[in-house]
Design a protein around this ligand. Structure first.
Ligand SMILES: Cc1ncc(COP(=O)(O)O)c(C=O)c1O
Length: 409
């Protein structure tokens, strides 16, 4: 199959267009087949037995016959995994049924009773819920750290620390982490590092190049890109791949072929979509930032790492090569009624939680779950997911929302 080796030195859009599938393996069809199946047949008893022996070592993908059972992968899921390995520079990728499963499966793979895990406090809330409920119930000690901690993460290491979990930028407020400093500290102690890299995608940040062991994606967002699929992807370096893959096999949390097909189709256009998301988002973020300077404006801080005014901007500039289409702004000294008035006045922005699709969305941000990094942002926070619509129309919609919020004050 075509993979990283073949397309590795080419431009990113060329890679996205060609990686992950070998048309001549399927009679020349440009796209891989969507293989629906549970059962794979063997030609004879000897091959069946040989395959069973190979399956005892679940890390091995070089089987006596390439496919043995649907939970181990199919031509459709392999095509997507190959494409993602080429983007991430990873030794292997697993597909799981949701972005949240892409968080929980690697945590389950590397944590046992009595272990200690460090998780960034600005993490996606369902990650925290999983840690505080299931990991705690399993006897894992869960500790949250400040996103700005950098190399000082080492001061929190204990003898039983097994995993450092990062998410950069943080959910909803977009704090950037010094990933290389943190992974260097963890490596000295043999601690596994993971990052939820959904915001950046492997186009704007390549975790494994910055020392991270495991890169996590909600493929639901930009890889899928069309708000019609839920899927997660986890990519691992050579050191962690075996344990990740064995856990996936043990749990049976495999990805479905239709979903894999949709995500691979989404990847083909992810580069150009992200260029457009970034361009419109930066324009809107700068426009809101300018508005914040006007006397009497109800717009407060604009939280977007690509803005020079953003506290983590320098780190973002050093490590990332782009910013996606999701950011937040503060309704200065605002009330919940004003935030609701903003949301209810919008005509184009849909009220919805996901992001990464073609359409603009809005949510009123809730931050009360945070513990060590809890702070007052000076008002109510609104998160905008900027879709592929025209900038002028989105501005008009936001203006409508701001007028309503002002009137409700
Ligand atoms: C940062 C981040 N990670 C993971 C997820 C989970 O993705 P999914 O909705 O596919 O479970 C989300 C969803 O919003 C997210 O924002």
């Amino acid at each position: 199959m075509a993979g990283g080796g073949k397309g590795g030195k080419r431009g990113i859009n060329t890679q996205l267009a060609h990686s992950g599938n070998d048309p001549h393996a399927y009679f020349g069809w440009v796209n891989p087949p969507v293989v629906h199946g549970s059962t794979v047949l063997f030609p004879d008893a000897a091959t069946m037995k040989a395959t069973q022996v190979r399956n005892a070592d679940a890390t091995s993908r070089s089987r006596v016959q390439p496919y043995t059972y649907a939970t181990y992968g199919s031509p459709t899921t392999d095509a997507l995994c190959e494409a993602v390995n080429a983007l991430e520079g990873s030794a292997g990728t697993i597909l799981v049924p949701s972005g949240l499963a892409a968080v929980t499966v690697p945590l389950l793979a590397f944590l046992s009773a009595g272990d200690h895990v460090l998780i960034v406090d600005t993490v996606y809330y369902p990650t925290r819920r999983f840690a505080d409920t299931m990991l705690a119930r399993m006897g894992v000690e869960v500790e949250y750290y400040l996103p700005e901690i950098g190399a000082d993460i080492a001061t929190l290491f204990r003898d039983n620390t097994k995993v450092v979990f990062m998410e950069a930028p943080g959910s909803n407020t977009f704090e950037i982490q010094d990933v290389p400093a943190m992974t260097a500290a963890a490596k000295e102690r043999g601690i596994v590092t993971m990052i939820d890299n959904t915001w950046a995608t492997p186009l704007f940040f390549k975790p494994l190049d910055h020392g991270v062991d495991i890169s996590i994606h909600a493929a639901t967002k930009y890889p899928g890109g069309h708000s019609d699929v839920i899927m997660g992807m986890v990519s691992a370096n050579a050191a962690t791949w075996g344990q990740l893959y064995n856990t996936q096999v043990a749990l049976g949390t495999c990805g479905a072929p239709d979903d894999a097909y949709l995500v691979l189709r989404g990847l083909r256009t992810m580069g150009i979509r992200l260029e457009r998301h970034q361009k419109t988002t930066l324009a809107l973020a700068r426009w809101l930032e300018d508005m914040a300077k006007e006397p009497g404006s109800i717009v407060g801080d604009v939280l977007y790492p690509a803005l020079e005014s953003f506290p983590g901007h320098d780190l973002w500039k050093r490590d990332f090569c782009g910013a996606c289409g999701i950011f937040s702004f503060v309704i200065k000294d605002g009330t919940e009624a004003q935030a609701h008035a903003f949301l209810d006045a919008l005509e184009l922005f849909g009220l919805g939680y996901s992001w990464g699709g073609y359409e603009s969305l809005v949510t009123h941000v809730y931050l009360k779950d945070r513990t060590v990094s809890a702070r007052d942002h000076g008002g109510e926070i609104i998160r905008l997911q900027i879709g592929l619509e025209d900038e002028a129309d989105l501005k008009a919609d936001i203006e409508r929302g701001l007028a309503a919020a002002k009137a409700a004050g």
